[in-house]
Design a protein around this ligand. Structure first.
Ligand SMILES: NC(=O)c1ccc[n+]([C@@H]2O[C@H](COP(=O)([O-])OP(=O)(O)OC[C@H]3O[C@@H](n4cnc5c(N)ncnc54)[C@H](OP(=O)(O)O)[C@@H]3O)[C@@H](O)[C@H]2O)c1
Length: 246
């Protein structure tokens, strides 16, 4: 499989990219922090590509996908793991916050997918997008307005691509509470959060049953993700979450 993973410099995207390479796939790792990608590429298959890409810049997306397709000789799988989750009360989400989260989580996904479509259509390939419980499976969580609105839009975007491009297998992949791996592979999702505010809202998330106090094991996450990619578009949506502690 020739796979492009966007958002591969940290957390789940990095884990997915490294795992695919170790399973013998050809991978291209994309994100803004090029040095991180080079390190990740060294950990995975020989020939893994590190390509700088800012998903909020359309020309950067187009150039990165072209470079990946040329280097891999085509694209069979696209993984959109890029995502940001500003944490703040909804009334503190200013226009810049809304723009950033929608540009990164939604518009970037559309632009990257558009760039990859000719290659994915030619290979009858697959595309998987990481989403979250609060997008559509639970009510919105306090503090996560921008994040959950953007992921709900991402999920509709996945559906819209599926309707117009049936040659490609599009999957919405919902994951709940996975810390990723060690070092650079650990999730950096909460970097920059106001931890005092987080300490106020997290007990509410737990009380409402959105979090169960456990973390999803990385190995299980990767096994399910790998199955989704290898089953060639036969799994349009999947949710993985940790089992509650005894
Ligand atoms: N971890 C969880 O429990 C969990 C739960 C539900 C959903 N998810 C979803 O899973 C995905 C990965 O989350 P994570 O926990 O692994 O977070 P993370 O460690 O913060 O990873 C986010 C990735 O997105 C990239 N990114 C951010 N802005 C970008 C931009 N403008 N252009 C290109 N890449 C950009 C980052 O790379 P650069 O900064 O180098 O660009 C990084 O590689 C996200 O979509 C998240 O919503 C995670």
């Amino acid at each position: 499989m020739r796979a492009v993973v966007v958002g591969a410099s940290s957390g789940l995207g990095r884990c997915i990219g490294v795992d695919l390479g170790r399973r013998g796939d050809q991978v291209a790792l994309l994100a803004r922090r090029y040095d991180r990608l080079v390190d990740a590429a060294k950990e995975t298959s020989p020939g893994a590509l590190a390509i700088a890409c800012d998903v909020t810049d359309e020309s950067s997306c187009q150039a990165a996908i072209e470079e990946a397709a040329a280097g891999l000789g085509g694209i069979d799988a696209l993984v959109y793991a890029t995502g940001i989750g500003p944490l703040a009360p909804i009334e503190k989400h200013d226009a810049d916050t809304w723009r950033r989260v929608l540009e990164t989580n939604v518009i970037g996904a559309a632009v990257v997918t558009n760039a990859a479509l000719p290659y994915l259509s030619a290979s009858r390939g697959v595309a998987a997008y990481l989403s979250t419980l609060g997008a559509t499976l639970t009510p919105a969580w306090p503090g996560f307005a921008g994040y959950h609105v953007s992921k709900a839009a991402l999920e509709k975007l996945v559906e819209a691509f599926r309707v117009e491009h049936p040659a490609v297998g599009f999957t919405r992949f919902v994951v709940s509470d996975c810390g990723g791996g060690e070092g650079d592979a650990r999730t950096e999702f909460n970097t920059g959060w106001d931890m005092a505010y987080a300490a106020q809202v997290m007990p509410v998330w737990r009380q409402r049953g959105y979090l169960n106090g456990a973390l999803l094991e990385l190995e299980k996450f990767l096994r399910v993700f790998d199955t989704v990619l290898r089953c060639g578009g036969t799994i349009p949506e999947v949710t993985v979450m940790p089992r509650p502690p005894l």
